[in-house]
Design a protein around this ligand. Structure first.
Ligand code: SIN
Length: 188
């Protein structure tokens, strides 16, 4: 978290960092002061969360990413600094967007550019949530991603946009890139 003096009342206000590792990397749709490539330790990104409201529908959920604990791993993403004055409205907008099983967690962020750290918030859908799908064979995940679509668009576009965003960040993620390659095999 970062602190700044408020010119109005002299009180110390808190700006909040948000860490995004899925659609929040390429489509944050929030107001932010700055954004910085970052990573978090002890988590890995997996297409193990069901999407009934964005990339699928209740009868035919898509697959989107969540984080699962992995002590030896880092997950790369994008951190956004949200001004304290809009933090409440911004996080209530994000709570709505991530309502299908995600909860806010506090996490240590490590900025890639200068190797400094700070605390921030991240949305994680744990394995106890109602929409959690968990692991599946690659072919099954590919099939589900290819056929699913919802109010936010095709599931396949979510996967391809995430893979592109990770490449732009220079981030390695064999799980995402393996799914991307398998999906593209079908499309060609
Ligand atoms: C995130 O992007 O940080 C959460 C998962 C998603 O909305 O795709």
């Amino acid at each position: 978290m970062s602190q700044k003096a408020s010119p109005d009342n002299g009180l110390i206000a808190l700006n909040l960092w948000l860490f995004g590792y899925g659609s929040l990397i390429w489509r944050p749709d929030i107001d932010y002061i700055e954004r910085r490539p970052a990573k978090i330790h002890g988590w890995t990104r997996r297409f193990w969360q069901g999407s009934h409201d964005h990339r699928g529908v209740p009868d035919s959920p898509g697959r989107v990413v969540t984080l699962v604990p992995d002590p030896g791993e880092y997950c790369h993403g994008m951190a956004y600094l949200v001004d304290q004055s809009v933090a409440e409205s911004t996080f209530s907008q994000l709570d709505h967007r991530e309502k299908n099983g995600y909860e806010r967690h506090s996490v240590a962020l490590h900025f890639l550019e200068d190797d400094t750290s700070t605390m921030g918030l991240v949305y994680i859908a744990s394995q106890n949530n109602h929409a959690f799908l968990g692991p599946a064979p690659l072919a099954e995940m590919v099939r589900q991603i290819r056929v699913s679509a919802g109010p936010s668009g095709r599931n396949i576009d979510y996967l391809l946009a995430l893979a592109d965003a990770l490449r732009r960040l220079d981030a390695e993620d064999s799980h995402v890139f393996e799914l991307e390659a398998a999906v593209k095999d079908f499309e060609s």
